[in-house]
Design a protein. Structure first.
Length: 151
């Protein structure tokens, strides 16, 4: 491959790497990894000892039973399930709920979805404020208010 042939590929790769979405994704991955470490430390440092204090055993991995010579290690599944639930709980109460409150206080809450009603021609659900159906393209006129038509 000649040097001339490689230049467009290098330029294309450079454009791909420096594209805005790629940079945003890279930043999100790095921040996500750092946030994952914070959540993991909260779960292992606070939640797991709390579970150990309540149940008397912080690690259930050794729990298993035998059936026809096969070992079923249900404790491993139980540990993974507890870890998932603890992580989800920490994220919900320490991130999602506070962030929702901040968004509401700043007036950045998403707009309410539009009120919907059936198109009188094709019965597709469309916004009440629509003047034309997006499905059958019928003009709805000024009298239409998204209410079912009387038969």
């Amino acid at each position: 491959m000649a040097k001339k042939d490689r230049l467009p590929v290098v330029a294309e790769f450079k454009a791909f790497v420096l594209h805005g979405n790629m940079i945003n994704l890279a930043v999100a991955v790095v921040i996500g990894a750092a946030f994952g470490a914070v959540v993991t430390s909260i779960v292992t440092g606070l939640v797991t000892p709390l579970i150990a204090a309540i149940f008397g055993k912080p690690n259930f991995a050794a729990l298993s039973f035998q059936l026809h010579g096969s070992a079923f290690h249900y404790g491993i599944v139980f540990n993974a399930l507890l870890s998932f639930l603890a992580t989800a709980t920490v994220i919900f109460f320490l991130v999602v709920k506070p962030l929702q409150q901040v968004i509401r206080k700043l007036g950045m809450a998403p707009a309410e979805p539009p009120q919907m009603g059936p198109c009188p021609h094709c019965c597709t659900e469309i916004p009440v404020a629509a003047t034309r159906c997006g499905s059958c393209t019928s003009e709805l006129g000024n009298a239409w208010a998204g209410l079912p038509t009387e038969a």
